[in-house]
Design a protein around this ligand. Structure first.
Ligand code: UN1
Length: 513
């Protein structure tokens, strides 16, 4: 860890060995069980964090609701100024935070930096947005009346995020929620709690410098039961949850039972369609990055390649030779392409997927396996694998959070490929590689990809923050980040004002006294 500057990174981020890191962060009053955070990079214990008990949660909620009363009254552009300062702090701390992300989660240092860059980008976006929380004006049907709509702050926003993007997904939600005048309570994944504490420390410092209550940003820690404090709590009008479809269904039902709003960003089963008109070189780079980047643990990771039979062997051979070049190892060593999986449980799921695809009739053309020996002591390093398979295999229909890529063959028109691509329960990201305008437009048409993200000549992962991010079907339907995704963080109000001395009724109804 020393060699890669981890010790310095931890101290730059204000992290101690024992982080009593519930509550609003700086005030240490968490009393729950201790969560230990082990690095998948070398298996070492990075630090300990206290989880949030029910009583702690009540205190956090009190701080959040009190902070909301102050924060919502601050003009939105001034809230934007706070987010600008937060973004600047992230710029200063990009390297240590990127390193911590890499060390605690296991993604490459480049991707760790990229994740912090996503946080910075969304802050910039949110600053501009703070002057653009526009509603519409309408023409009233009644004389001397004015009608318009406005967006008001919602309240306490609950954020439940996953280990794979331990800091960026929080920032997408929180930067928008803050300019919208909401306060946030965040439960990071219990697999990456130190990333949560680091972010909390950064936010808390900004609030302190501006004499604002730290309750604008609150942190709670623990497993799904701690998440349930929020999903079942009427005081949380919106719960934004990122994770598995299984988790999303539980969250959605709990929130819906009290008629709250949920924003769900769940699993993907993302495919790239490779047509006879594809640029093979671009296809290979896009597919390999999509499949092995973040060790296949992005919700946007490429899981399936749907390749036209006429170029199938060419693409397959190019992929096999590209996979032979991959260097697997310590993600902080920038010579490596692929880091570890998050933990040994993920390794078990990876092994099961490889076994299952063979049982179902698949053919492993790049075999995979768990790495052992020097540098791989954590037991979390696996070789990216490729299997030839059919779309209807149970395992192909399922999202395995690991670097396993399935090759599927199609024949005839691109419509056949689109049907395969849409033939899964998930609907997050999709892509087509083609230089043929007709194929590209068919893919983007109403009868084309059914996903929330559909790309042409780009892979499935690595979306920019400016677009709305999320997907359809069992991906949950939520949209985060750019475009008008901010609207879910606010409540809309329609206002009609009468500036006459008469009281005409809408629809021409007569009512005289
Ligand atoms: C996720 O995996 O939960 O588009 C988010 C991407 C990233 C975000 C992924 N910008 O791959």
């Amino acid at each position: 860890a020393k060699e890669f500057g981890i010790v310095d990174a931890l101290s730059a981020l204000g992290l101690k060995e024992n982080n009593n890191g519930s509550s609003t962060g700086i005030e240490n009053f968490a009393t729950g069980n201790t969560i230990e955070s082990y690095s998948p990079v070398d298996g070492s214990l990075i630090g300990k964090v206290k989880s949030t008990s029910r009583e702690d949660y009540e205190k956090v909620m009190e701080k959040a609701t009190n902070a909301f009363k102050i924060w919502r009254k601050m003009p939105a552009p001034q809230r934007g100024e706070i987010v600008r300062q937060f973004g600047n702090k992230l710029r200063e701390l990009k390297e240590p935070l990127g390193k911590l992300v890499s060390f605690e989660m296991g993604k490459s240092y480049q991707e760790g930096l990229g994740e912090v860059q996503e946080m910075i980008d969304i802050c910039d976006f949110a600053v501009g947005l703070s002057r653009q929380l526009h509603g519409l004006t309408m023409h009233s049907e009644r004389p001397g009346h004015r009608m318009y709509e406005q967006y008001h702050s919602l309240g306490v926003v609950g954020i439940i995020s996953a280990f794979n993007f331990p800091v960026a997904v929080w920032a997408w939600n929180t930067a928008l929620a803050w300019v919208c005048g909401d306060v946030c309570i965040w439960k990071p994944s219990e697999k990456t709690p130190l990333c949560g504490i680091a972010c909390q420390n950064i936010a808390a410092a900004v609030f302190k410098e501006n004499n604002l209550p730290e309750g604008i940003s609150c942190l709670i820690n623990g497993d799904y039961q701690v998440g349930e404090f929020m999903t079942q709590d009427k005081r949380v009008p919106l719960v934004s949850a990122t994770g598995s479809i299984r988790m999303g269904k539980i969250v959605a039902q709990a929130v819906a039972a009290r008629l709250g709003k949920s924003l769900l960003e769940l699993g993907g089963n993302n495919a790239i369609i490779v047509t006879p008109d594809a640029d093979i070189k671009m296809t290979v780079i896009g597919a390999v990055f999509g499949a092995v980047g973040t060790a296949g643990q992005r919700c946007t990771s490429t899981r399936r390649l749907i390749i036209h039979e006429s170029i199938y062997d060419t693409v397959k051979d190019a992929l096999v030779s590209a996979y032979q070049q991959l260097r697997i190892g310590n993600p902080l060593d920038q010579n490596n392409h692929v880091g570890p999986l998050i933990d040994t449980h993920a390794v078990t799921l990876y092994k099961k997927a490889l076994q299952r695809v063979v049982e179902e009739g698949g053919n492993l053309i790049v075999e995979g396996g768990v790495l052992e020996g020097k540098g791989y002591e954590s037991g979390c390093y696996v070789k990216p694998a490729i299997a030839e398979a059919n779309n209807d295999y149970e395992i192909v229909q399922h999202e395995t959070f690991a670097p396993v890529l399935y090759l599927l063959k199609y024949s005839g028109d691109v419509e056949n490929a689109i049907e395969m691509q849409n033939g899964v329960v998930q609907g997050l990201s999709s892509a087509i590689m083609t230089n043929n305008l007709r194929e590209a437009e068919k893919f983007l048409s109403v009868a084309g990809s059914d996903c929330g993200i559909a790309n042409v000549n780009i892979g499935t992962s690595g979306a920019e923050i400016g677009g709305a991010f999320g997907g359809e079907k069992e991906t949950g339907g939520g949209r985060e980040s750019g475009s008008d995704a901010w609207k879910i963080y606010m409540r809309r109000q329609t206002n009609t004002i009468n500036y006459t001395t008469e009281l005409p009724l809408a629809q021409g109804i007569k009512f005289d006294l």
